[in-house]
Design a binder for this molecule. Structure first.
Ligand SMILES: CC(C)(COP(=O)(O)O)[C@@H](O)C(=O)NCCC(=O)N[C@@H](CSSC[C@H](N)C(=O)O)C(=O)O
Length: 345
């Protein structure tokens, strides 16, 4: 390559120069209070499908009135920059944490409401997605028929049977979202639908939720135009009200609530997870770093030392899911929560 032509910097998308980072020292946004809840939900309309969706969820909860039901949120929420959305800000999440966790909850007898980013990974089908482990690579053709390559029969049969069981027993309800607004309206409505289950309801909030958004009254209707010669796009975003404490205090009284804390800077992970627990007074924060989220997490809970859960190098090499270690530890805590709440385990 000519010396004067510099190859573009080989930068991973998730790294950036520190001096460009936003000032993390700005005061934290306080937890949402009642007026914030009314302001947000009164001024940002619910998705038009919400009533139908919640009717289905109420039927699901009623069907499982004597079971343990977990609401797993998964995938990233988007912040549209135009009402007729062409551009949006996205939050990183492939949906692996949520989809894999949902499988282990199902295998432990939970009914699962899977509130997920549309088109992100789903329980069971995640094993053969369009990109990783493309399902077409597991097929073969013989006498004009499509066959599964014998090498993969056993593994695929195991996944297929679990998927079919979940469907036949009505154990898995898949509910999509895309935007932060759809997510928040749906989360609040589902929380109310789950109230009859009291302590047998579990919230496992693995979705990557936006912290800033463009309120409806400030969002342009059509695609933002870029002028010839270039013009800056200056965005004025509001903080997304911190609804976790509304969930704990009002929307889902009695349920066990677990949130995830995502950081990229290991030096602040524990303090931020502890801060979330103190601010929201829920039962467990599972902290994880973007870079190591598939091999280690840390449990931060009241009146207990922090507990690191890690895959050994051997387990990692064998392709063991860290969720196979996380979920049993969560189930133990949920059983204790039900006992302490006076429910029958
Ligand atoms: C997203 C990942 C890392 C999984 O990745 P994939 O397997 O690729 O899907 C998940 O483990 C996670 O940390 N999820 C939570 C991420 C998140 O946004 N957490 C929020 C807190 S919970 S969102 C609640 C809301 N912001 C509020 O405070 O009320 C945070 O860290 O600030």
């Amino acid at each position: 390559m000519d010396s004067h032509i510099k190859s573009p910097p080989t930068r991973r998308l998730s790294t950036g120069e520190r001096e460009n980072a936003i000032d993390r020292t700005i005061p934290l946004f306080p937890p949402a209070i009642e007026i914030d809840e009314h302001n947000y939900f009164d001024n940002n309309e619910p998705p038009e499908y919400l009533e139908d969706m919640i009717r289905g969820a109420q039927e699901f909860v009623s069907f499982h009135k004597n079971d343990r039901v977990v609401l797993v949120t998964s995938g990233g929420t988007t912040v549209p920059l135009e009402n007729q959305t062409v551009r949006f800000i996205d939050n990183f999440s492939a949906g692996t944490r949520g989809a894999t966790s949902a499988e282990y909850f199902l295998e432990n007898g939970y009914a699962v409401i899977f509130l997920h980013r549309q088109f992100s990974l789903l329980p069971y089908s995640r094993h053969y997605s369009h990109s990783t482990n493309c399902f077409l690579d597991f097929m073969d053709e013989k006498d004009g028929k499509v066959l599964v390559d014998p090498k993969y029969q056993e593994e695929m049969l195991s996944v297929l049977r679990k998927y079919q069981t979940a469907k036949e027993k009505n154990l898995l309800l898949l509910l999509p979202f895309t935007t932060i607004n759809q997510y928040l309206h749906t989360l609040r409505a589902l929380s109310v639908a789950l109230q009859p289950l009291k302590s047998r309801a579990l919230f496992y909030l693995a979705a990557a939720v936006s912290d800033f958004f463009v309120p409806l009254h400030r969002i342009p209707e059509h695609k933002i135009q870029s002028k010839a010669g270039g013009n800056k796009l200056v965005m004025n975003l509001d903080p997304v009200p911190k609804f976790l404490n509304r969930l704990v205090d009002k929307w889902a009284p009695g349920a066990m609530i677990i949130s995830f804390k995502l950081e990229t800077d290991s030096s602040i992970l524990l303090s931020k997870a502890k801060q979330a627990l103190e601010r929201y007074s829920h039962q467990l924060v599972i902290g994880n770093l973007l870079q190591t989220r598939k091999r280690e997490v840390v449990f931060v809970e009241p009146n207990a030392p922090v507990l690191w859960i890690r895959l050994t190098p051997k387990q990692e090499a064998a392709g063991i899911d860290i969720e196979s270690l996380i979920i049993p530890a969560v189930l133990e805590r949920h059983s204790a929560w039900i006992r302490e709440s006076g429910g029958s385990v």
